[in-house]
Design a protein. Sequence first.
Length: 371
Amino acid sequence: MKIAIFFTYDYTVETLKKSGLFDREMRIYDELAKKYDVNFIFFTYDKELDSNDFGYKNFEFFPIYKYTKKFNNKIIRLISSFLIPFKINKKLNNINLLHQHQILGSWVPLILKYKLNIPLLVRTGYDAYSFSIDNNDRKLKILFYKLLTKLTLRFCDLYTVTSHSDINFLKKYFPINDIKVVPNWIDRVPYTLNQREEAKILMIGRLEYQKNYPLAFEFLKNLNSSYELDIYGLGSNKEYLEQLSKNYDIKVNFLGTIPHSDLIKTYRKYKYFLSTSKFEGNPKTILEAINSKCIVFATDISNHSEIISDGFNGFLYKTLEDLIKKFNNIRSNPEIQASIVSNCEISLENNQIEKVVETMYKDYESLMSFK
C-alpha cells in the first residue's frame, strides 16, 4: 500500500520543525508503516528536500516547488497552486490513496483524485471555517473557508474531524456525507509524579488572539502569590504579551518552542496546566497534559468539555472568578489533587496511539476497496 500525504498548503518541513511538531506529525505515519507495512510519500511545499535526511525508512519526501515555480506574491502563488496537480501527476505512479493533511490545500489532491481516479481522505485537526469565524477574520477569508469546506465535503471520499463538536458545527452549514471522528493521538508515557513545579503554571500554545493569554495574566495577578507562568510557543503577539505582563507586574517566562520529544518530558515537570483559549479543535496540548497527569484548568468550551469532565480528570471554568475560585480550592486540597491525577490515566483510552493507528488503517483499507 502506498499513500500520498499532502501537507497543508504552503507548509514546508521547516515550518513544522520550527514549531517543534515535525516528529510528532510523522510519528503516526511511522507507526502505520511499521505495523502495516504502509509506504508514504509526503508532498511538501519545499523547493528542495532529501528524503534521507529525516531517518524514516518507508518515507519519501517530494518538494512540490522543485517542479513548479513558487511566486513571491501570495495571491499569484495561490492561483498558480491550482496548476500543481498537472505538474506533479506523473510523480504519483502506483499511489493507492491520497490523504490531505488539514483542509487548506485540499484543491490539489481533489483535482488529482479525478485526474488519476484515486480515492481521497481529508483529515482535519480543527475546523478552519469555524476558526475563521471565531477569529473575526475578514469576510473574504471566511467565505473562502466556507466554500473550500463545502467543496471538500462534497467531493472527497472520506472527511475526518477530531471532535464531535466539529461534526455538530458542520451539520449546521453543510450536507454531510462520509464524515467521522478520529481523535488526536497520545502516547503512553512513564509518569514521574514527584518533584513537580508547584509555583509555576504551564501553558503551551501560539501567542495569538485565540489563546487569550491576557486572561491568564489577570488570573496570575489575582492569585496574590509567588506563582509564575511558563509559556511555550511563538506568535505575532509576543511583543504585546511581553509588555502586558510587565504592566501587570507578574512573572511570565516566554520559552519559545522546543522539539515535541522534549515537550512531552516538560509536561511532567509541572503540577498545573492552564488553557485560556477562546476556541479550539481537539487540543493536543490538553490531551498531552492530562496524559502526563497534570492538573488541567481549561475554558468551558465545547471541544474542551469533550476531553475534560469537570472535577473528574480536570477542571472547566466559565469566568475569571470561577477559575480563581477553583484553583484556590484545589491547590490547598491534596485529596482532590490525588483523585484528579488518578482519573487522568483512565480518561483517554480512545486517544491512545495504537487505537488511532488501527482506525486510520481501516479507513485506508475501506477507501481502497471502493476504488
